[in-house]
Design a protein around this ligand. Structure first.
Ligand code: GAP
Length: 525
């Protein structure tokens, strides 16, 4: 499911994201957050000014991790396939894009939230019931099993009940701003507003309308999803690249949402990166015999996306595909499933795979007046392709990889020193190899520096470390998730060999310096 639909006025609830293991969360999350700061993965934004709620900066290792996540996604979704091409669209788009997509509605509509199932909708469209009427409704009491309980309550002063669960427990009515609004143009809208209202004695609704009109003239929005640019560019991409359905357009980039609830570190924040793909397929009447149908493509992408996470090391038992119940689906969606991860606070969305029918292309066609169809020359007909959309978040994916990689190992028998390891898949690891001299003498630092230079020369991210005992250096790299450590020792000067230690097994082999780059490169492949 689209998480923004939860924030808009679609008929679904937020049960999937509700914490169910609150007791386990603080401890593990505190450790992860602290490790992230200590090892340079993630810092609080503007920390020296006291920080900014839910804004984060990726430090040197976090930036590498996120880049690796995005690179792996691009490799799989674009470079590894003939039928998917990439796009890098602007963050600010024509405001009509958001009118067509429905995102702008919340700026002017009176919105209300159901306090029980978290459904959000337009107060003026929800079922009206006489104030004080006692109604019965169902509330989910166990989010893991989906168990519901029947309750009774009286309808409040707004006189409305939730169309999804029937609850009369409502938030206040408010204008909900999912999107960040800014203005395009060199004149500050405050100047326009003050000039226009100067000397006018307006109040209440008239004043609001005058201000909204003045702001609206130059208003633009930071995109709340990357998806819309792939719909607006459907024809540009299709014709310039001579694509024929089934084909996909993929994009990665920043999205911004004024989230009401920001939570769980980088899991949900107001500024985040998405990795989305819109896969255009022929609708059933244009599918040739023997080709995958739209529903088969939907199932295909559900499985592809689920498997992608396990192929990069996430434990299978921590992943699941959760098909949406009918009442969770957006009105236009034919089907939707979430790839979920078992976070410390319970199962939650990693990625949503939605079958969006032909809704988006038709919406943009209606609002722009431009035809957005594909011409099938064999059938001599124009049609609107259906869209299957796998939509993931780079920050959330990086967090899931981080959480899944985090292991605290007890001390081995006979010792009293355990270790914390980030067991990243080598392709995701921020630093691929660390090079140490065993001691800071006998030419070992010089030899180690020569080796690390070789890695830099081959653009393999490497680190040199000579501080503290070699044991402590290994521990440090384990905490960074570095898969290989190479150590120059007493034998190196005699036979040109070094040790290479593997992070997870801690097994050490001897290899020749001359082979070091090739050995690491092969293990990273
Ligand atoms: N175009 C569909 C769409 O945007 P979504 O479920 O709203 O769907 C897709 O977003 C993915 O983007 C989510 O599965 C999640 O990984 C990520 N995402 C959404 N909102 C987020 C937020 N506030 N913070 C971090 N990641 C978010």
């Amino acid at each position: 499911m689209s998480e923004q639909q939860q924030n808009q006025n679609q008929n679904q609830n937020k049960k999937k994201d509700k914490p169910v293991k609150a007791s386990a969360e603080p401890e593990i999350m505190e450790k992860i957050v602290s490790l992230c700061k200590q090892r340079g993965f993630v810092f609080q934004s503007s920390e020296i000014y006291g920080g900014l709620k839910s804004c984060y900066d990726y430090g040197p290792l976090g930036a590498e991790l996120k880049r690796n996540v995005k690179a792996e996604w691009w490799r799989t979704m674009v470079h590894g396939r003939e039928d998917v091409v990439g796009l890098d669209a602007s963050i600010i788009m024509h405001p009509d894009v958001w009118r067509a997509s429905g995102h702008l509605a919340g700026f002017s509509d009176p919105m209300v939230d159901c306090k029980d199932c978290k459904n959000r909708g337009r107060a003026d469209k929800w079922p009206q019931t006489a104030v004080g009427t006692e109604v019965e409704y169902k509330v989910i009491v166990d989010h893991q099993s989906g168990k519901k309980e029947t309750r009774k309550a009286a309808v409040g002063p707004l006189g409305i009940v939730c169309p999804v669960c029937g609850s009369p427990n409502m938030s206040d009515i408010r204008k909900f701003n999912l999107m960040f609004r800014t203005s395009l143009g060199s004149i500050d809208p405050i100047e326009t507003i003050s000039a226009r209202l100067d000397g006018k004695a307006l109040s209440g609704e008239a004043l609001k309308t005058a201000i909204a009109d003045a702001i609206g003239e130059t208003a633009v929005y930071l995109r709340p999803e990357t998806a819309q640019a792939m719909f607006t560019n459907f024809l540009n991409v299709q014709t310039s690249m001579r694509m024929k359905p089934p084909f996909g357009i993929a994009q990665q980039g920043k999205s911004f949402r004024n989230e009401i609830t920001v939570e769980h570190f980088t899991f949900r924040s107001c500024e985040f990166e998405q990795m989305e793909m819109e896969y255009f397929v022929p609708p059933p009447e244009y599918t040739s015999p023997g080709e995958r149908t739209d529903m088969q493509w939907y199932e295909y992408w559900c499985n592809e996306r689920l498997n992608w996470y396990s192929s990069l090391g996430i434990r299978k038992e921590k992943l699941r595909l959760r098909p949406h119940e009918t009442d969770e689906l957006a009105h236009y969606a034919k089907a939707c499933s979430d790839v979920e991860y078992d976070y410390p606070w319970g199962w939650g969305e990693l990625e949503g795979i939605a079958h969006r029918g032909d809704y988006d292309l038709k919406q943009h066609e209606k609002h722009s007046g431009k035809k957005l169809t594909f011409f099938d020359s064999q059938k001599n007909a124009h049609y609107h392709p259906y869209v299957i959309e796998p939509a993931a978040g780079a920050d959330r994916t990086a967090l899931a990889f981080l959480l899944d990689a985090y292991v605290e190992e007890p001390p081995p028998p006979g010792t009293n020193e355990g270790r914390t390891v980030l067991r990243f898949h080598p392709r995701l690891a921020p630093i691929k190899v660390a090079v140490f001299p065993l001691v800071k003498k006998d030419g070992m630092p010089e030899a180690a520096r020569k080796i690390v230079e070789q890695f830099y020369k081959h653009q393999i991210n490497a680190a040199y470390d000579e501080k503290d005992t070699v044991g402590r250096r290994y521990r440090r790299q384990d905490e960074c998730g570095t898969p290989y450590c190479i150590t120059v020792d007493g034998q190196t000067a005699q036979d040109g060999s070094v040790t290479i230690r593997e992070r997870d097994s801690m097994k050490q082999d001897r290899i020749q310096i001359a082979d070091a780059v090739e050995v690491v490169r092969k293990r990273l492949a």
